[in-house]
Design a protein around this ligand. Sequence first.
Ligand code: WTA
Length: 650
Amino acid sequence: MSEVKVYPVDPEFAAKAHIDNAKYQAMYEQSVNDPDAFWGEHGKRLDWFNPYTRVKHTSFDPHNVDIRWFEDGTLNAAYNCLDRHLETRGDQVAIIWEGDDPSESARITYRDLYERVCRLANALKAQGVEKGDVVTLYMPMIPEAAVAMLACARIGAVHSVVFGGFSPEALANRIEGAESVLVITSDYSLRGGKVVPLKANVDKALTDPAAAKFCEKVVVVKRTGDDLAWHDHRDVWYHDITARASVECPAEEVNAEDPLFILYTSGSTGKPKGLKHTTGGYLVYASMTHEYVFDYKEGDIYWCTADVGWVTGHSYIVYGPLANGATTLMFEGVPSYPDNSRFGRVIEKHGVNQFYTAPTAIRALMQQGEDVLGDSDLSSLRLLGSVGEPINPEAWEWYHRVVGKGRCPIVDTWWQTETGGIMIAPLPGATDAKPGSATRPFFGVQPALVDNEGNELEGAVDGNLVIKDSWPGQSRSIWGDHERFVQTYFSTFKGYYTTGDGARRDEDGCYWITGRVDDVLNVSGHRMGTAEIESAMVAHPAVAEAAVVGYPHNLKGQGIYVYVTLQAGFDASDELLKELRNWVRSEIGPIASPDLIQFAPGMPKTRSGKIMRRILRKIAEDDYGALGDTSTLADPTVVDDLIENRLNRK
Ligand code: WTA
């Protein structure tokens, strides 16, 4: 290991921050020693209709995984994000919207947002949506996406946001899996000047009878106004149904453990899983982490560049910031449009104070050179954040120097769809930063490292990252499949929540996330299951067998490397290569597009027929000198062909 550089907390920053180191230590200790008292107190950051008397009721025992927080309290998430702010900050901007086209932007006050949410909530009720129903959102980054999430929450419906980059197939599976009764979408979406036909994708998804069986209505936001196909019995315009709705809609009283949303994410096996998040604990955790990790203060302008289709958008564009009465910026476009200085322009235009983005975006900018953000005035920035994948120290240093001008602390935040909120991250007034390390746990989070047998490891060591006890933001189940939830997260290492990540702990107790230890890839900060891509590949008539592995990629973090064995009668041609790539795009979505496809006459298999992924990974990494023992393979000669024709040559 090369010498680790430490960036100590700036005392001036610490003096003004919510949490300094002494406070962190004291609060952390209480949070793990007496979680009932700690969370009992911090749960009060929300407004409850009926206050809770019980705080923590959780078990990680694989025979009885049961996670409940604040279980006898009642509240409403939209009420906490809107109504309670009206008196003091009705005229304050809640959402700054920056359109794909730099000439388009909007400022939506809390009062305005409240009215929009009430209108849509009433309109959804009029369309037949009831408490507990699942509503699927397939939307661009427009204010209506946040409005729709909050409108669902307001009436006790459960939203399931599906990223707008997913294919009709993927959308259909998620509508079916959640038994969703209604879809909210827009006619088209605009990203980087490109138009994507979202509504047509919904139409296509609903040609799948399994999805159409549940979904009766499609609500369409007019974004571009271009022509589109219409089904009178099913489709309604958002502007029509909201125009005639009242601007007052009482917030439904829901139980703390009633579901707020489902969010699908990829796992190492099988179909994507719909993680279930509930209302009380999630909102306490999202709002508290937002305030402390970003050191959010009244009046700050906060920008998270994620998409609402991912958990980061849920917790840190919508729920956390709005529960805190913050001004949250929502960006429709991409960092490279109209040119690479866009992030800088937006920061300057809106006076952004906290900026939260992903390493993949940082690396893409970094490649353009030090002056990529042009002459943008970045002096409003006070803090920078990173999420989604490990940030390499070079990118960290660049972010710190070029974007933060050397004066902004960086919070490298490790967490997952399953965790609901940030789990390991520096608190900017408390924790010295180390480029590449997510550093220390947030309040209530007890990380540990275990070996493959589940023995807990002490001291400075590498291992499987697990969490020892529950925290309020944790996912409660997989929608419709609690057994799978138990199997995936609580059965490998008994008594722990298994994260699927590996990590190293250093002498100071700081955590360095090393990446997934399962068959999940992280491509440009997007989680992709290798099994999902493989099953899409083998659905193509030319493909007999496919194996997918990740390999280090300069920009994306990991690239997608596919080994394909063709059915007899098909030739390995350039056309077929192109066709296979497009096939995956249309089956899953562009984010799953393979970077490299190698035709292989055979796969390296054990005598019992199991594909040896370790070998495929090494070859994809161009590290075939370290293949290890291949003598146990059924046919060791396939390896020679794989090496000979490998595509990633350094
Ligand atoms: C990875 C995104 C290193 C990790 C919030 C995790 C990270 C997966 C970091 C979850 C980070 C996320 N450093 N790795 N700061 N943040 N990851 O569910 O592998 O889309 O398990 O949630 O991303 O991805 P997900």
